[in-house]
Design a protein around this ligand. Structure first.
Ligand code: ADE
Ligand code: ZN
Ligand code: ZN
Length: 272
């Protein structure tokens, strides 16, 4: 009959597709926010010498922020690069300076490899482009606590947690983006950027180590801090209070990433 409702396969399929599309947008939007901010804010701190070198290498992406997301997009096509995004240390090995990098690569070794390509004026334009996109991404990753995690739980990916409403998550996902999502939910979209910019102003003229091992050590020490609940996989439940009490740490890690990325690029491109 005309007025009875029958499920329409075409419409059902369209709805399904739409829902999947929304889910996939959300997946991408997580740590993307942090990576993009690190690179866009770093860009604003570049010297004229550095800008001259950086601009042609990021042109294809339109902005440094966008270019710094590329390393995540290619993970499926270039599986050999997956382990380049983190460096894990077991609990009885807390020193990032003596950390062993596995055969298939790790964040610290990959950072140095890509930095060498960037510094090598003989390297092809294509390789230098990739190196620039990798470096911007890696400086973000090395400031994220769960990217200097334990190997046993895959950097917190297997440290399972439960939210107050019973929804399940894991430590890695929480620190990659769910705390940022909660920050946006509580304080609005602009709050993170405003605070990051404030912290960049606060820290940009202080002394910063030029070594990635030192940034990694700071990140590791943070991951091991009692309040984080990662040491010994102690945390089981995530409360709003837990997320809110770590907002400042996230803002600070992004600010420090931006400052150190700009200083690194300003250093390698000085006096050319
Ligand atoms: N897989 C294993 N360790 C990881 C880490 N620290 N981050 C992301 N993926 C991982
Ligand atoms: Zn990454
Ligand atoms: Zn991650």
């Amino acid at each position: 009959c005309k007025s009875c409702w029958r499920p329409n396969i075409k419409i059902m399929k369209a709805i399904n597709f739409f829902l999947l599309f929304i889910v996939s947008i959300n997946l991408g939007a997580w740590w993307d926010t942090g990576h993009k901010m690190v690179c866009d804010e770093a860009y604003k701190l570049l010297s004229t010498d550095a800008l001259e070198q950086v601009d042609p290498l990021i042109e294809e992406h339109g902005s440094f922020g966008e270019a710094c997301l590329w390393a995540d997009w290619i993970k499926n096509d270039r599986k050999d690069t997956r382990s380049w995004h983190y460096i894990n240390l077991p609990d009885d090995q807390q020193d990032t300076y003596t950390a062993k990098c596995p055969e298939n690569g790790c964040l610290i070794a990959s950072y140095y490899q890509q930095l060498d390509i960037l510094k090598n004026s003989q390297a092809s334009f294509d390789l230098q482009e990739e190196a620039m996109w990798f470096i911007g991404h890696f400086v973000g990753d090395i400031h994220q606590p769960m990217h200097v995690g334990y190997p046993e739980d895959l950097g917190g990916n297997r440290h399972y947690l439960e939210f107050e409403k019973g929804k399940r998550t894991n430590m890695h996902k929480l620190w990659d983006g769910q705390i940022i999502e909660h920050m946006e939910f509580i304080h609005g979209k602009d709050y993170l950027l405003e605070n990051v910019r404030f912290k960049i102003e606060m820290f940009k003229d202080s002394k910063h180590s030029v070594e990635i091992e030192s940034w990694a050590q700071e990140t590791r020490d943070l991951a091991m801090q009692k309040s984080v609940g990662y040491k010994g996989n102690e945390l089981k439940f995530v409360t709003n209070q837990y997320m809110e009490s770590h907002f400042e740490i996230i803002q600070e890690r992004i600010a420090l990433g931006a400052i150190r990325l700009s200083k690194t690029l300003n250093r390698i491109y000085q006096d050319d």
